[in-house]
Design a binder for this molecule. Structure first.
Ligand code: SAH
Length: 260
């Protein structure tokens, strides 16, 4: 087979470091009964070792050249190839308790994480390689610079654990950034349930739209002084100082207020 030339527009950085590959597979701990979905298998750096533990894998891949290689490399009873864009893929069609993994294309990581969040009820866990800067935002604590819209919308659905960092020289070609492996496990439905998810998304996007401004400024059209009072939230605070549960309380307060 001729050598594949990595395509920049598909965010192609292929893992070549065997210690890193083993560490990722070890973190995933694949079991033979698992329904595992790999996003962006590329030349199979993770696919091949995963198939040592699993009778079958679902693969979601966009690059036609790579898809042709995957079809030649693996028998169809071992892999189901879903040719297309992971950003549009309906992960829910693959069933329940999905274990989603991948060394993700970094150029689409944020929209892809938002897309995957929609399928949280179908997901058992997810393990991803991402640029470290994004992992830091995903796992951020309130009151830090990294805490933002991505943090709140992901932590609302998942508990997030940073596993380990990966240096650029573990890839070919090396990316310009340091990477990290992260685990996401859906949270149990709880006290923190938004009554209207769209409203929560709207509140979070609005509050972080101008993150230097106070909540009175950003959320003033949604919350009166009296609302802030009832919520026991100081309107002179900024969005990045709130806990994830505070955003849920705010969205639910607005929901109840607007309910007929
Ligand atoms: N897992 C491989 C490849 C990682 S590179 C390894 O670790 O070596 C990222 C992979 O995602 C590439 O195979 C690229 O073609 C694929 N990809 C890029 N954009 C995609 C998209 N929108 N949907 C699905 N796959 C995509």
């Amino acid at each position: 087979m001729s050598k594949h030339i990595p395509r920049k527009r598909f965010g192609q950085h292929f893992l070549t470091d065997h210690d890193v590959i083993n560490a990722i597979v070890h973190a995933i701990r694949p079991r033979s009964g698992d329904t595992v979905v790999e996003i962006g298998p590329g030349l199979g750096a993770l696919t091949r070792p995963l198939l040592e533990h699993l009778p079958h894998l679902h693969l979601v891949e966009l690059d036609r050249d790579i898809i042709a290689r995957l079809q030649r490399a693996y028998p169809s009873e071992r892999v189901t190839i879903h040719a297309g864009d992971a950003l549009l893929f309906e992960f829910g069609t693959l069933g329940e308790n999905l274990r989603i993994v991948g060394n993700l294309p970094y150029n689409i990581s944020t929209p892809l994480l938002f897309h995957l969040a929609d399928f949280a009820p179908h997901i058992a866990d997810m393990h991803f390689m991402l640029q470290k800067e994004v992992v830091d935002r995903m796992a951020a604590d309130p009151g830090t610079r990294d805490f933002g819209r991505l943090t709140v919308m992901l932590q609302y659905r998942f508990s997030i654990e940073t596993l380990f960092d990966v240096a650029a020289d573990a890839f070919d070609p090396p990316p310009k950034v340091v990477s990290a492996v992260v685990r996401l496990v859906p949270r149990a439905a709880s006290d923190m349930d938004a009554l209207d998810l769209g409203l929560l998304e709207n509140v979070v996007a609005t509050a972080f739209g101008q993150r230097r401004k106070t909540l009175r400024n950003t959320l003033g059209s949604l919350l009166s002084a009296d609302d802030f009072n009832q919520l026991d939230i100081d309107p002179t605070r900024r969005a990045e100082t709130l806990a994830v549960a505070d955003f849920v309380r705010i969205a639910n307060h607005i929901y109840r207020k607007e309910a007929p």
